[in-house]
Design a binder for this molecule. Structure first.
Ligand code: BDP
Length: 720
């Protein structure tokens, strides 16, 4: 008698599902939100392909591919694919590795695919038993998975053509998310709820979200995740936690994702019962060797450790008079026999050092170039200060060339509007990646350096600090998904173009209508410059609220100098800006000569970096003829207007968009407008106390009282 009840339940839940879906899309499905295909050649082609799917081999990754094809087919054509057990059972669609395909590929075809490397893939027609069949071929099963996600994307964006050939391969080897997630599920600089890692209920309870997380990452080529905060808790390295981490590693493995952990340098003391963590001490070295071996006994393909040492109060080798290479190499040595990597962050600056913080990483790492083991990668933030709304590239890129280097971007918007603002970060990342850095070769860009070809670096890395949390839509702001997506795309290909990435994401998220796509694309591509305008124009930096970094705080004083705002803007009655030329901190000397020549001249440096490197009088003439003071005011004013333009564009799209998504973004854009006005008013009123000049009459005059803005407190701001 179970059946009728089940059927009834099924109908009720289908009916409820329909009702709820008319309320709208909550964003959970990300860019993998497969929609029914309209009656068309595409629908016919897809139906035909899925009517006979044959895998040349068997392995866990093919099982996840099958699940993905099931999911896609059910949404696209309301039918599940038919999987063939035998090649000759009239299959229509073939998948497998190059080796599995070898009997049907020519030698030339095999060579072409082999050249795509481990994670590369090839899609197109292959002649099998005298007929041409659409096929997806990788060098490894993971390559087949990447090829499948590519194929799915072509169907979703309605560009699939069964006769055309496409191949692709990543230019960076380790494409990694860094979660700054704590073991109690709070997330440092997280604005999308709590950590998705439910440590307390692991290993017994496996949240289905872990699988959706893995699918999403694999679909954009991400192949590594560090699960825990860089401000690390040694407990993650205990046996209890290892059992929990193992569950995640097992889930991620068929998706091609390796797990890394953050290692607290003082762990030998905290969990090893030792009195020291000196990297040259034999007991300490043994502790790490044993600990590492234990991890590998649970997770045979464990990726390795990510370490923040001697930075912002974190323990490190300096406590024992040892340098970063000695610290890193000790851990790298423990990992090496297992094939693990040691990722050591270059974000180091000390409490004792009174040098410009900008210079400290180069001071520490340049003398150590060439002294790190082969399995060490130095992970360098995009800029030398700290993920500011705009930073010139970090001068460590190109300065060390005998050591593996990797990029660290921040996807979570700590300094860029957190989860209340729409700021598409790809243009900012592209700007850094495409900068010509002149070292080691005159044509070197940050991107080409990261790809490793110029320095023969095989072990290449791009990491992004995750913006993912338990919010139903994963990222807090729907458009935060675009930043996760864009990060994956740029990690795969650092030369990718942000406009192309935006367009692709929009089509997968909001559909194909050209007018919708072009309007949203314009909003996204303008959004970063808008944020820079209303937050930190013309090279201003680090003038946000203390500690939570939410909103403006150019007046923030007290505590260590380089955590205050005046340290960075240096505003006084004569002018504003941080002199980093030879008359100031001379941080500019850490860049290549070609760069120094241009940037040391305030009339030649790109104005976007002006006050980053120069302290200039309020009446300094900008390229457009305005004074510096007027220019600052115009930028702040323009930023607010740009947000209003975004609001108008969004409102105009209402009839075209899902109601829930529309309303979510509409409300957040309202907040963004208020926050942009707040930034403009607070910063201009504050800087005016130094410039003593009127605001240009043709801007919207800043409202309110500076004391009011200074008095605002946000004790419950997220992310701390
Ligand atoms: C800063 C964050 C801080 C991080 C630090 C880091 O404010 O929470 O711990 O970077 O990267 O951006 O280590």
């Amino acid at each position: 008698m179970q059946k009728p009840i089940n059927l009834l339940l099924l109908f009720v839940s289908l009916w409820l599902g329909n009702c709820f879906s008319s309320f709208g899309n909550d964003g959970y499905n990300l860019w993998l939100d497969y929609q029914p295909l309209p009656n068309s050649t595409l629908q016919n082609d897809v139906s035909e392909l899925l009517s006979g799917v044959y895998f040349f081999g068997e392995n866990p990754t093919y099982e996840v591919i099958k699940k993905e094809l099931n999911r896609a087919a059910e949404s696209w054509i309301g039918n599940t694919p038919s999987f063939r057990q035998e090649r000759l059972q009239s299959a229509t669609f073939y998948l497998g590795t190059r080796q599995e395909f070898s009997q049907v590929l020519s030698l030339d075809q095999q060579a072409e695919i082999k050249a795509l490397g481990e994670d590369g893939f090839w899609t197109g027609p292959v002649e099998i038993d005298g007929k041409s069949y659409f096929s997806i071929i990788g060098n490894t099963p993971i390559g087949v998975l990447y090829g499948t996600f590519h194929w799915i994307k072509t169907v979703q964006s309605k560009t699939f053509n069964k006769n055309s050939i496409h191949s692709d391969s990543p230019k960076v080897k380790v494409r990694m998310l860094n979660h700054w997630d704590n073991l109690d599920r709070t997330v440092e600089r997280g604005y999308a709820g709590f950590s998705i890692w439910d440590w307390h209920r692991l290993p017994g309870y496996v949240d289905p979200r872990y699988i959706d997380y893995a699918r999403a990452n694999a679909s954009i080529g991400i192949n590594a995740v560090s699960l825990t905060n860089v401000n690390a808790n040694a407990l993650i390295l205990t046996t209890d936690f290892m059992k929990k981490v193992k569950v995640l590693a097992d889930i991620f493995r068929p998706y091609g994702i390796k797990v890394f952990l953050t290692a607290r340098f003082s762990a030998p003391i905290q969990i090893g019962g030792l009195e020291t963590a000196d990297p040259l001490n034999d007991q300490v070295r043994d502790f790490w060797k044993e600990k590492t071996a234990e991890i590998y006994s649970y997770i045979p393909d464990f990726g390795g450790f990510l370490v923040k040492a001697n930075s912002e109060g974190q323990p490190g080798p300096h406590e024992y008079g040892r340098n970063h290479a000695e610290g890193a190499n000790m851990l790298a040595e423990a990992l090496a026999p297992h094939g693990g990597l040691l990722i050591w962050r270059a974000f180091v600056y000390s409490f004792q050092e009174d040098q410009d913080r900008h210079k400290q990483a180069n001071f520490e790492f340049e003398p150590l170039d060439g002294k790190f083991r082969d399995n060490v990668i130095i992970q360098i933030k995009n800029g030398a200060i700290d993920f500011q709304p705009r930073e010139p590239f970090h001068p460590l890129f190109g300065a060390i060339n005998q050591t593996n280097v990797g990029m660290e971007f921040q996807i979570t918007q700590e300094y860029l509007g957190q989860a209340t603002q729409l700021v598409f970060l790809a243009p900012m990342w592209e700007e850094v990646l495409q900068t010509n850095i002149y070292r080691p070769k005159p044509s070197t860009t940050v991107a080409s350096l990261l790809e490793g070809t110029e320095t023969n670096q095989d072990l290449t890395l791009m990491a992004g600090v995750s913006n993912i949390g338990t919010d139903r839509n994963w990222t807090g702001h729907l458009f935060g998904q675009a930043n996760w997506y864009a990060f994956g795309k740029l990690a795969w290909n650092p030369d990718a173009n942000s406009a192309d990435i935006a367009e692709e994401w929009i089509k997968l998220t909001f559909g194909q209508k050209p007018m919708v796509v072009s309007k949203i694309e314009e909003m996204m591509l303008d959004s970063h410059e808008a944020a820079v305008d209303y937050m930190t124009p013309l090279g201003l930096h680090h003038i946000m609220g203390r500690s939570h970094h939410y909103g403006p705080g150019p007046w923030v004083m007290g505590g260590r100098a380089d955590w205050t705002a005046p340290y960075y803007h240096q505003a006084d009655s004569l002018g504003i800006g941080f002199d980093r030329t030879s008359t100031g901190s001379d941080a500019l000397s850490q860049y290549a000569q070609e760069i120094q020549e241009v940037w040391s001249n305030p009339n030649e440096i790109p104005e976007k970096y002006l006050l980053w490197f120069h302290h200039l009088p309020w009446d300094f003439k900008l390229k457009d003829g305005h004074t510096l003071w007027e220019g600052i005011a115009y930028h702040y004013d323009r930023g607010v207007k740009e947000v209003r333009a975004m609001q108008q564009t969004w409102d105009s799209l209402k009839p075209e968009l899902d109601p829930e998504e529309f309303e979510h973004v509409r409300q957040l854009l309202n907040i963004q407008e208020e926050e942009a006005e707040w930034w403009r008013n607070a910063c201009l009123l504050y800087f005016q106390t130094f410039s003593k000049r009127p605001f240009p009459s043709d801007i919207e005059q800043p409202e309110g009282d500076l004391e009011y803005y200074k008095s605002l407190m946000f004790p419950n701001a997220p992310g701390i």
